[in-house]
Ligand binder design. Structure first.
Ligand SMILES: [Fe+2]
Length: 277
């Protein structure tokens, strides 16, 4: 079973349809059997749904997805809450926020957006500093556009507990021994500190607070998850810790593309496949 992994395709910000065409071409060329997108398809839940529908229909493959923070933003719909966008996205059958899915050969894939708990931010800042979500003139856009009805730390706790409950249920049903549970965990946010922005830059020492939580990585290790996939930071990095392969594989914004401004070339270079045993 070959899975394809690419997140943060940001269709709206990266030129629209050519990104979809390039992704479809790469999916076919690489012999992918199931595609995984770890969030940030676009900044409008309706465009995200249209893009996912098109990718699934035209690829003819199972497409699995977790929402990213951009997917639940209300920028294009000031009247709706993040919860309304999050629930609307559950119309897509491959949205893992609906619940875990069995894929081939005994593998189960579990996932959700996840949120952040400030742990990755610099220790010199207080919770109140992070609650402001502002460094100098720069406002972290979730403060304005991710319109949840609860505090940031509660959002993290909500997602963490949902994933923990699902992992507990699956592993107890399959019996002990990590050979019995072939698990993949997908979050949009980062599960590991080494995937945060490692520049000695005061702005990022602060902004790393909004990238994820080490608790998602601890969940992956505690349940013997084989692959833990994330997005959000627009990096392409991997790390293996105690038998868990952590993968962050983002396309990112076109002005961040490493190889080319042509989506056909950049997506082909950025695309990652994993062969599950
Ligand atoms: Fe993104």
């Amino acid at each position: 079973m070959r899975i394809g992994i690419l997140s943060d395709i940001h269709v709206d910000l990266n030129g629209g349809q050519p990104v979809i065409e390039a992704l479809l071409a790469t999916i076919h060329r690489r012999g992918v059997e199931t595609m995984v997108i770890a969030g940030d398809v676009s900044s409008d839940y309706r465009l995200t749904l249209e893009s996912l529908d098109q990718l699934q229909e035209r690829s003819g493959l199972p497409l699995l997805f977790v929402p990213g923070n951009h997917d639940i933003w209300n920028e294009a719909h000031p009247d709706i809450t993040a919860w309304q966008a999050y629930e609307a996205l559950e119309r897509f059958p491959g949205n893992l926020s609906r619940g875990p899915q069995e894929i081939a050969d005994g593998w189960t894939i579990i996932g959700d957006l996840g949120w952040y708990d400030y742990s990755f931010g610099g220790a010199q800042y207080s919770r109140e500093d992070f609650d402001r979500m502002q460094f100098g003139e720069r406002i972290w856009q979730d403060r304005i556009k991710a319109n949840w009805d609860r505090h940031t730390l509660e959002m993290h706790r909500t997602f963490y507990e949902k994933l923990d409950t699902q992992l507990e249920k699956i592993t107890s049903a399959k019996g002990s021994g990590s050979d019995n549970h072939k698990l993949i965990l997908v979050t949009h946010v980062l599960p590991r500190k080494e995937f945060t922005v490692q520049r000695p830059d005061p702005e990022w020492i602060y902004l790393n607070a909004f990238l994820g939580s080490p608790e998602y990585g601890e969940l992956a290790l505690a349940y013997g998850v084989r692959y833990s996939i994330c997005g959000h930071v627009h990096y392409r990095k991997q790390a293996t810790v105690k038998g868990t392969r952590f993968i962050c594989n983002c396309l990112g914004y076109s002005d961040e593309w490493r190889w080319s401004r042509d989506p056909i070339i950049e997506i082909d270079r950025a695309f990652l496949t994993v062969d599950l045993d």
